[in-house]
Write a protein that binds this ligand. Structure first.
Ligand code: NDP
Length: 434
């Protein structure tokens, strides 16, 4: 704790994993002898750098850029870049740490990493975002490469930002290579990558429901956020017969009791991805309710898909969800539930898909984008979607079986932490003290 003093989110993420591991360590003293825990919590490399850029008026700004190359036991570092004013070392270390286990669960050869900057793309012009991305990549390009570290998007980093960063990398390195994922289709992107995290979170929930012989038909679903993950979560829910009734952003929540159907969702895509407007405009347009400054967790629902940010469901919100009859939670966002909220889910034996399992569809499809780039081939939409579905089912099965094996059937929180850990730990043992 002392070594990482003040890194609240990082310590929270580490505690969650370590709390699950006691039975594995008891059975496998080899992990203790080789100090695997001490090694696994320490990033292999942490890079921090200055990102100077000029706004449209010629004023100079300085942001702080990061890349945490966390663990490469299973493959090259892989994980997103986040541009948000709250970004700091603690947040990126928690995300990088989670990513190591998540990538392990995907069954693909991917190490874990994360990065970003405390830059706020909100309210910036396209040219300002471009200049920032170019400055950021001018430094980052020294540290990444298609066989070393392959970043992707996250909060505040979508297709536009990936494009600007890819352009700058190519110019400096004079190499057209698969160094980023989430690229546009014309120049190396994969079909289904934009959809993958949201679709994956729904596929994961579908697997959980299947264990109780249920489907999404008629289920009322609360979704938070209105960015990439939230949008495609709603799209897939509509396809599978569910009814999404909420979306949110940092301003507040919209509640549409009739459901956000595909037509209304098309408005959200345009509003958020093209006009970069606020979700309140949905309420104005469709006469839905708007709860200013509130999150969606007070509405009555069967399923919840937190898809905005970390710690968005605390103990109180979790209790309200349970009291209102919610019994399925599939986490599209990273670490959206506090430890107290997680405790409630586990105690009440609801169907709980923790982030590192439920939202692994995004990075898994990034892995598929890397395979296509290496082969210089593009797979069809159906092919990628089938693979994504298969991977989500395999992740669910691993978590489910591991929880049973360790005497806590249905506890996918424990199952995901143990299954993710064992593969990384064994690989670290194989590779010696490095
Ligand atoms: P986007 O930037 O596309 O959307 C983020 C959404 O969450 C926006 O609606 C944003 O509202 C809202 N939000 C962000 N921060 C806060 C906050 N502090 N309080 C309230 N609302 C907030 O990001 P993504 O959809 O890509 O990411 C959402 C979550 O999913 C993150 O936790 C991310 O780490 C996780 N994730 C994403 C993956 C991906 O493939 N994109 C993969 C795996 C996980 P506003 O615009 O007002 O800020």
């Amino acid at each position: 704790c002392q070594r990482n003093a003040g890194e609240v989110e990082f310590l929270q993420a580490v505690k969650e994993v370590l709390d699950s591991l006691a039975p594995v360590l008891a059975k496998n003293p080899k992990y203790v002898d080789a100090k695997i825990l001490e090694r696994i919590v320490e990033p292999e490399r942490q890079i921090m750098f200055r990102v100077p850029w000029q706004d449209d008026n010629g004023s100079v700004h300085v942001n702080r850029g990061f890349r945490i190359e966390y663990n490469s036991a299973l493959g090259p570092y892989k994980g997103g870049l986040r541009f948000h004013p709250t970004v700091n070392a603690s947040i990126l270390k928690f995300l990088g740490f989670e990513q190591v286990f998540k990538n392990s669960l995907t069954t693909l050869p991917l190490g874990g990493g994360k990065g970003g900057a405390d830059f706020d793309p909100k309210g910036k012009s396209d040219s300002e975002v471009m200049r920032f991305c170019q400055s950021f990549m001018t430094e980052l390009c020294r540290h990444i490469g298609p066989n070393t570290d392959i970043p992707a998007g996250d909060i505040g980093v979508g297709g536009r930002e990936i494009g600007y960063m890819f352009g700058q990398y190519k110019k400096i390195k004079n190499a057209f290579e698969g160094v980023l994922t989430g690229k546009a289709l014309n120049w190396g992107g994969s079909l289904i990558r934009p959809e993958a995290t949201g679709y994956g979170a729904v596929y994961f929930a579908e697997q959980m429901l299947k264990t109780r012989n249920e489907t999404f038909e008629g289920k009322v679903c609360a979704v938070s956020g209105s960015g990439n993950v939230a949008q495609y979560t709603v799209q897939k829910l509509n396809e599978l017969g569910g009814k999404a009734v909420t979306l949110s952003d940092s301003g507040g929540t919209i509640y549409d009791k009739d459901g956000i159907d595909d037509e209304k969702l098309a408005f959200v895509f345009e509003l958020k991805n093209v006009k970069r407007g606020r979700i309140k405009e949905y309420a104005d347009k469709f006469g839905a309710e708007y709860y200013e400054g509130k999150n969606p967790w007070g509405v009555k629902c069967d399923c919840a898909f937190p898809s905005a940010t970390q710690n968005e469901i605390g103990k109180e919100e979790a209790q309200t969800l349970l009291n209102n009859g919610c019994y399925v939670i599939s986490e599209g966002a990273n670490m959206p539930s506090t430890p107290e909220a997680q405790e409630l889910y586990v105690e009440n034996k609801i169907l709980y898909g923790p982030a590192k399992a439920a939202n692994a569809g995004g990075v898994a499809t990034s892995g598929l984008e890397m395979s296509q780039n290496s082969q210089r081939l593009s797979w069809t939409r159906e092919e990628v979607d089938e693979k994504l579905k298969g991977i989500m089912a395999a992740i669910h099965q691993q978590c489910f079986d591991t929880a049973e094996q360790y005497g806590q059937p249905g506890n996918l929180l424990m199952g995901s932490n143990i299954a993710g850990f064992v593969k990384v730990a064994d690989s670290m043992l194989d590779q010696g003290l490095v």
